[in-house]
Ligand binder design. Structure first.
Ligand code: B16
Ligand code: MG
Length: 225
């Protein structure tokens, strides 16, 4: 049996990152971090922000303080992270169906019709709140979020946990990710990875601009080629 056919037959589960894959929230995280940086007279660049994607809130504040050359106690860092989250959630107030990224809703529905098992694997502790606001919380029976894992991406913990709950082998799963840390987490988990949005994502098996017009069959075909 050719490798291509084997791959097609083996894909049984799809694991979606949230911020930047399902929802247009990556810019809101950036805005909220910039507001913290501003207080320290530090400008968080877009390139630095790319390194924060997929990274936990605590690890993000540590990185930003380090870039800014600031040294804080643990309590101070927690207070900044708390403030960032308060601002982030206030920006999320107006989130709705319009903020689901192009084609995602149709792709998810088509995947369910093909009996593929679905999960969300996100570093965010706000994942359920965000999915609720988008109106698609009910689409996912399995959500592994930042409250359920100890280690940030690129550690594979979040995706391994998804596969365990889905009762699938990692090699039967495709991960959709917008961050380099997330792509590396998928590789570390032994899963296929599809980079979403960013042209310059490295080491993923396949890249898509977004899900518009894409069917699960097409995607699995493209992955196999
Ligand atoms: P929170 P993802 C990640 O979500 C974001 O990419 C990252 O920017 C954020 O810091 C992290 O969640 C933690 O989010 O502060 O809401 O717990 O991309 O893994 O869905
Ligand atoms: Mg993301």
């Amino acid at each position: 049996m050719s490798l291509a056919i084997m791959h097609k037959m083996e894909i049984k589960g799809l694991i979606f990152d949230l911020d930047g894959v399902i929802a247009n929230t990556a810019d809101l995280h950036y805005r909220a971090w910039c507001k913290i940086g501003d207080q320290w007279g530090f400008n968080l660049s877009k390139a630095q922000n790319e390194e924060l994607k997929g990274i936990s809130r605590k690890d993000s504040i540590l990185k930003i303080a380090n870039w800014a050359g600031k040294s804080f106690t643990n309590e101070e860092l927690d207070a900044f992270a708390f403030e960032k989250n308060k601002n982030y959630l206030s920006y999320c107030q107006t989130l709705g169906i319009k903020d689901i990224l192009p084609g995602v809703y149709d792709f998810i529905n088509a995947s369910m019709n093909k009996d593929l098992k679905l999960a969300v694997g996100s570093a965010s502790k706000n994942a359920k709140i965000i999915l609720q606001k988008l109106g698609i919380l009910d689409l996912f029976s399995i959500i592994v979020d930042g409250n359920m894992v100890q280690n940030s991406k690129p550690n594979p913990e979040v995706f391994i946990k998804c596969a365990e709950i889905l009762e699938l082998e990692p090699k039967s799963c495709i991960v959709f990710e917008d961050s380099q840390a997330g792509i590396q987490a998928a590789i570390n988990a032994g899963m296929f990875s599809v980079g979403v949005g960013q042209e310059d994502l490295e080491r993923c098996n396949h890249k898509i601009k977004n899900f518009e017009g894409l069917s699960p069959e097409q995607l699995i075909n493209q992955l196999s080629n």
